[in-house]
Design a protein around this ligand. Structure first.
Ligand code: HEC
Length: 149
């Protein structure tokens, strides 16, 4: 009897160990997963607020194609756009570093979008015509012009 006593006395302790092992094996992954989801949710928030509304969904490569498609190059020399060697308008070389649009309007993405959609709404009497560009297309084109540095 004396020999069997210790193991019996240890049973509750063993069970407790086994039980905690089971519980943590089941619960820990859930806790980690929940923490992971929480962290991802936090990351998404601020990152979205960093970009200005006008360029948040803009795609410079698509903009480059649209600049070709709308034939902006018939009046402008534009780096990266084939056959864009027009001279009626100013060269758009390094436009991303320019301080002003048409010498008047601070060169911000939102203003550039408005300029491309309807230039004379921004600078009355300007020689650049409205080209029937939708605000969506203008957003992409503004993003492309912003990459010219
Ligand atoms: C019919 C000729 C013509 C076409 C086509 C044209 N532009 Fe222009 N653009 C001009 C002229 C002229 C100016 C100068 C306007 C001013 O200074 O008032 C100008 C100015 C600009 C400016 C400001 C340049 C600067 O130095 O401040 C940008 C940006 C611009 N155009 C983008 C475009 C884009 C993008 C397109 C195609 C959707 C386009 N243009 C199509 C004639 C044109």
């Amino acid at each position: 009897m004396k020999l069997t006593a210790p193991p019996v006395a240890l049973w509750p302790a063993r069970w407790a160990l086994w039980a905690t092992g089971r519980v943590s094996a089941l619960v820990l992954p859930w806790l980690l997963a929940a923490a992971g989801i929480g962290a991802a949710g936090c990351d998404a928030g601020p990152a979205e607020g960093l970009q200005p509304e006008a360029t948040r969904t803009a795609d410079p490569l698509l903009g480059q194609r649209l600049v070709t498609q709308y034939q902006c190059g018939s009046c402008h020399a534009i780096p990266g756009v084939a056959a864009a060697r027009g001279i009626r308008g100013p060269s758009l070389e390094a436009f991303g570093r320019r301080s002003y649009i048409a010498g008047h309007v601070p060169n911000r993405p939102e203003a550039l979008v408005r300029w491309i959609v309807q230039p004379d709404a921004l600078v009355p009497g300007t020689l650049m015509p409205s080209m029937g560009v939708s605000p969506g297309d203008a957003r992409h084109m503004a993003a492309y012009l912003g990459t010219l540095r």
